[in-house]
Design a protein around this ligand. Structure first.
Ligand SMILES: Cc1cc2nc3c(=O)[nH]c(=O)nc-3n(C[C@H](O)[C@H](O)[C@H](O)COP(=O)(O)OP(=O)(O)OC[C@H]3O[C@@H](n4cnc5c(N)ncnc54)[C@H](O)[C@@H]3O)c2cc1C
Length: 284
């Protein structure tokens, strides 16, 4: 197998196009495990490690935050430039695995892998992140809500790489809460909930809620958000919104939990997440 080390994105996509069944190698945390299990057999590994532009985090002039796909989870956790709802990306990164995984895995590898139980997809969907891709055909901008299209499947086309992830600026005072139920500390999510909200007095003025681990892709239902906006986020309103979201979810039975269990805990996790967000707003 060829191990290739391009130094530019142009070179990387040329190599991808020239090597059928080649795979990009980021941190290797998922890809190497899949190779060991003989689930994938790439013809070549194209390491993105030497492409400088793909690593790092920048706050842009418009307040958005651009994250290079080779940025390690640990660097996202340690970044202190997120404002308001953007912070959900840092909080989600903190929930990923254990310190060795956070020192190894990258945000680009995580989203390209598109595991429905992973932490970034849910959080990035909640803040309307934009995924910039690059191939020999040029660049594309794909909203996170359209990037994850099925179980471990993304909108990336053959020969296309993730070039950056942009978190738009939102209200600077927005509260972000990401909560995750996992079998043990450091495991992928059995169920996760991402909430970004603002309040006006005692009523919710903006809210976006996204669910992870309960379908092949993150689940967002605008109608559920609408049930909460304008309310004081009381238990009845939360229960109504949770019922709408649960109806839209099609969870799977797997080693982590049954579909039935996921649907049972989902309303409780939603209640806890929104309650935490409301409390954070009160003491901000
Ligand atoms: C023990 C363990 C526990 C974990 N726990 C969690 C957890 O709790 N939560 C969680 O979210 N994740 C968890 N993970 C996954 C971890 O976050 C991985 O880092 C991540 O899934 C893959 O990132 P990577 O950089 O290692 O990518 P790699 O393994 O190198 O690549 C993964 C896939 O992405 C592709 N790829 C990589 N970069 C790009 C790019 N720029 N453009 C296009 N394709 C690209 C590769 O070709 C490959 O198909 C865990 C992993 C392990 C091993």
């Amino acid at each position: 197998m060829n191990y290739l080390k391009p130094t530019t994105v142009e070179e990387a996509v040329k190599l991808l196009a020239a090597n059928a069944d080649a795979r990009c190698l980021a941190g290797g945390a998922s890809l190497v495990a899949m190779m060991n299990a003989e689930l994938v057999e790439p013809s070549a590994l194209i390491s993105l490690k030497n492409i400088k532009e793909l690593d790092g985090i920048n706050v842009e002039d418009d307040g958005s935050v651009s994250i290079g796909p080779m940025t390690k989870h640990k660097a996202v956790v340690n970044f202190d430039g997120f404002l308001g709802g953007q912070d959900i990306v840092r909080i989600a990164a903190r929930h990923i695995g254990h310190p060795p995984i956070r020192s190894m895995g990258t945000i680009g590898g995580s989203i390209a892998n598109a595991d429905p139980a992973a932490d970034y997809p849910t959080a990035l969907t909640a803040v309307d992140a934009i995924i910039k891709t690059f191939s020999s055909k040029g660049e594309r901008l794909i909203p996170a809500g359209k990037f994850f299209i099925d179980f471990m499947e993304t909108a990336l086309e053959p020969g296309e790489i993730v070039r950056s992830i942009t978190i738009p600026a939102g209200p600077a005072d927005a509260i972000a809460v990401y909560d995750k139920l996992a079998r043990v500390d450091g495991d992928f999510a059995t169920v996760s909930v991402a909430v970004v909200l603002t309040m006006d007095g005692s009523n919710c003025s903006f809210l976006k809620m996204v669910i992870g681990g309960c379908d092949a892709t993150p689940v967002h239902v605008t109608e559920a958000d609408d049930k909460l906006i304008g309310t004081d986020l009381n238990d009845t309103a939360i229960a109504k919104a949770a019922a709408i979201v649960a109806e839209a979810c099609d969870p799977m039975d797997d080693v982590r939990a049954s579909a039935q269990y996921r649907l049972k805990v989902l309303p409780r996790l939603i209640n806890r997440t929104i309650d935490t967000a409301r409390q954070k707003w009160e003491v901000r």
